[in-house]
Design a protein around this ligand. Sequence first.
Ligand code: ZN
Length: 65
Amino acid sequence: MAEHRPVAQNEDPVCGMTVDPAEARKKGLAREHEGREYVFCGKGCYLEFGDDPEAFLAVGYVAQM
Ligand SMILES: [Zn+2]
């Protein structure tokens, strides 16, 4: 299992925005990866993460818009 940087439960791992997990789930903007949930600000980040989750969770990745 790859090493991941710390990402808060309410943090969009792609852009770094704070996201309300309940809202994200309602909108279908939450997904699971390796046993934990990640939430996203919008469809763009959701899809980007889906393409290559490890790239956004890699130690050294800096979340930015
Ligand atoms: Zn985002």
